[in-house]
Design a protein around this ligand. Sequence first.
Ligand SMILES: C[S@@+](CC[C@H](N)C(=O)[O-])C[C@H]1O[C@@H](n2cnc3c(N)ncnc32)[C@H](O)[C@@H]1O
Ligand code: SF4
Length: 512
Amino acid sequence: MPDGGPGVSVYLHYPYCKSKCTYCSFTKFLVPADGIQHSRLEDALLTDLEASLSLHVDDLVPAGSDDHSAAQDAIVPPGEPLRRRIHSVYFGGGTPSLARPEMVARVLQRVQDLGMTPSQLEVTLEANPTSVEASKLRAFKAAGINRLSLGVQSLDPDALRFLGRDHSAKEALEAIETALDVFDNVSLDFIWGRPGQTVAAWERELQQVTALGASHLSLYQLTVERGTPLFKQVQKHPQLMPGEDEIADLFEATRHVASLGGYEQYEVSSFYGVESSTFKMFSNGASLDSLLAPKSDELRELERCGLLTVEMDAEGIITAVLLAIAGKDFVLTASDDTSARSIVVMKRGEDKSVELTKHSLMLYSGESGDTVQFAEYIQRNVRLYGIRHSIELSPNAVASFTRREMAESLRSRNPYHVNVLIAGVSPKTGVPELYWIDYISNMCKLNFAAHGYASYFCLSTMDRYWRDDLTVEEAKALMRKCLEELRTRFVGNLPNFFVKVVDANGIHTTEL
Ligand SMILES: C[S@@+](CC[C@H](N)C(=O)[O-])C[C@H]1O[C@@H](n2cnc3c(N)ncnc32)[C@H](O)[C@@H]1O
Ligand code: SF4
């Protein structure tokens, strides 16, 4: 039951599976020969739920309140009963679709009794795509499930056999069809990076997947987990698994085909369907174009972003100057070197940027403690991912991860007050990429960008002179124009800037 900020997310683990897959290290037991003792298991899960919830004293709110987001520190009259805020429920496994739908209804009833839930409580069930389980989906929906996560893993019969799955590709496709018929919100799990898998075969398989129209895809790289049959097999035959280069190619293919199929990546393995009704609800009716800043309307989007930034009254977040311009095959960045508290200059010489990968640079501004902590946190995690998987994340993946972490922080009690630019070039294609992210986790991919008051002074200049074939020297000339504008019109005195170029060779400091 992880604490995701104000309120808890309830996770119930259903520990039985009909068979054990060769790669899986999750806690699971084979269904006993005499069947699952449903009532005993359900009683145990409910006891566990109550005990776990009772530990979450931090998330208590007055029972009388009808507002799920009621202030946590509201004064509670003595004797008033308290309930916990619960923002989602997830039945994971093992194979929770082996459970009785009555179990779901019992658990959700107890959640309502003990907790305070939003009107649209998200309730997810993981399911295996066998025909027996597909036949129960309507009953699960009636019991309160509104999101289904189907573990398909592959549509290739040989791969399903290798992975030890107990369903055929045909059965999986039928289960997906039923799931899409029953639920508005369906997520599909697939595993890539399988032995012998070619890029062309995976592209074909994934094209078939994206055409199905699920609202979400989880596309996991096959991980060789210690203690699994796959682990033993790979120990005996280390050449079985694809090498680093093949994995990098498969990952790029995953992102490319998912994107062409209408899916936007927001985490390393997670993609949402941008046309899905669930995403439209999530984005509050805003079109994808307005979220991702279409080139044709870039300045309007930038102005919208700039206004959002200035609305925040936080130390250093509006006076700091972060600028970036994407050119032909590079991104040029500039950040002022002034460390200020309110209107007082504390020191000069502060570099407000950090290298995330060889080809991705993050510029940051905001509350002084937050900026360094956030930048280090992102840097460490991106590096760790690189070391674990022996690949360099693309600027797009780095930006998606940063945005997600910002969104997570926003839901916590101590959100980071940090604005960010991520400048980079794709390590594979050398194409420059620039992302604007603000402290409330709006993200836009742009050709030029600014944070803080600087946006008022520099964006129109950038808009007027920017071209997609700018050379480094031309981009520097444009950056000089922007800084002249700032020095002439901005009341703050910002004498020095750190200027950097990110290109295919890495990140270099330069002079304007
Ligand atoms: C806990 S499993 C349970 C889902 C369900 N029992 C099933 O098998 O469809 C959740 C997902 O984790 C992914 N997964 C589990 N082990 C994995 C591994 N070793 N490598 C990559 N993905 C894995 C699979 O895609 C799976 O669908
Ligand atoms: S992947 Fe799913 S079905 Fe297979 S063993 Fe793991 S939990 Fe069970």
